[in-house]
Design a protein around this ligand. Structure first.
Ligand code: TXA
Ligand code: MG
Length: 325
């Protein structure tokens, strides 16, 4: 059921009182707090079990508010904001004074975006301020793309949950570091590199390994409980069946070109042929495998262009570091 105006007013009141509101965005559900309230933001980190050095994204109601939050916004950043907001693009910029260090994980930079979901936008205008929100899941696990996922994972730890239906995009926003002379991608996501390059008129580097990794703990991210192994598309079925024969409970993501094959595994999903459909459903598939009791997921990487780049990034991170790393 989609949130009503009265739900949105209640949620804005919860934010004003320092509480936590889970809300839909076009990418994934967020766990929101008043971005200017260090105590509320600290609770977000506690509920997620996330180290306080991992900065949050500040969600704002429109590009016209950007200069209230960030300082020294370069012309290229403004160009990207005007072209892609509301939408799945996050910009890293210099932190404005109203953004507390609790929100930025102690950094002098901040991440900011205008989400492209009507419920998120209504919440932001009813609240009137910025909402700091990571994805509404426990640290390291799969991001939620329905209100049901949030309820199952965070339950009573959230003060209010706004339901906006299933998320359209399904993977998180693209994060672009726009603090330097040359923008670069820190995390591939819902806005494709190709679309960014077209607007910028030049190639864009992807540096998606910049995220902090705590040695020994949380070896993977965006990860289901089941172990994820990545193999070549042509060997997915054979690998899945081999592991199943060895006694594993295997979930398999069958590449679209093998859609009609019969596969002997615990749970079988054929990957949608369209990258947009695959991105929208990826996290749901991973959660479903966990629910069905799979202990191993066998998958291959899609072609790394368009949304395929973000899907491949999430599957790699879910699989965790290779033994040599
Ligand atoms: O689509 C999304 O971006 C979702 C929805 C809820 O908006 N949010 C999301 O938040 O994915 P989270 O917290 O799961 O991921 C935020 C990422 C983190 O990897 C963090 O390291 C990065 O943004 N980040 C935040 N501030 C940063 C900064 N100042 N410099 C570099 N990276 C930053
Ligand atoms: Mg997250």
């Amino acid at each position: 059921m989609t949130a009503t105006t009265s739900d949105i007013d209640k949620a804005a009141g919860v934010l004003r009182a320092g509480g936590l509101v889970a809300f839909p965005t076009e990418t994934v559900y967020g766990l929101g707090a008043d971005a200017e309230d260090p105590a509320a933001v600290t609770r977000v980190f506690q509920v997620k079990g996330r180290p306080p050095t991992h900065p949050l994204i500040v969600h704002i109601a429109g590009v016209e508010h950007l200069s209230d939050w960030a300082e020294d916004v370069p012309a290229t950043a403004l160009l990207l904001a005007e072209r892609f907001w509301p939408g799945p693009l996050t910009l890293v910029l210099r932190r404005g004074r109203r953004v507390p260090l609790a929100t930025t994980g102690g950094l002098e930079t901040m991440a900011v975006r205008v989400p492209g979901h009507p419920v998120a936008l209504a919440l932001l205008s009813a609240f009137g301020g910025g909402v700091a929100a990571p994805s509404a899941n426990r640290f390291g696990s799969v991001s939620p793309t329905t209100a049901g996922h949030v309820r199952a994972e965070l339950g009573d730890a959230v003060d209010f949950l706004l339901d906006g239906g299933p998320c359209e995009v399904g993977v998180e926003s693209t994060i672009v570091d726009a603090t330097g002379d040359v923008p670069r991608v820190l995390r591939p996501g819902g806005v494709t590199r190709e679309d960014l390059q077209e607007v910028l008129g030049r190639p864009l580097a992807v540096h998606s390994t910049s995220q902090v990794r705590v040695p020994g703990r949380h070896p993977s991210h965006y990860a289901p409980r089941a172990q994820v192994v990545l193999v070549e598309p042509g060997t997915v079925i054979a690998e899945a069946e081999r592991a199943q024969d060895l006694g594993r409970q295997v979930g398999v993501l069958v590449p679209p070109s093998f859609a009609d094959a019969a596969v002997k595994a615990h749970a079988v999903v054929t990957v949608p042929g369209s990258p947009a459909d695959y991105a929208r459903r990826l996290y749901g598939f991973l959660r479903e495998f966990d629910q069905q009791g799979c202990d191993l997921i066998v998958a291959s990487l899609p072609v790394e262009e368009g949304l395929g780049l973000a899907i491949a990034n999430r599957l790699r991170r879910a699989a965790g570091p290779r033994p040599a790393e």
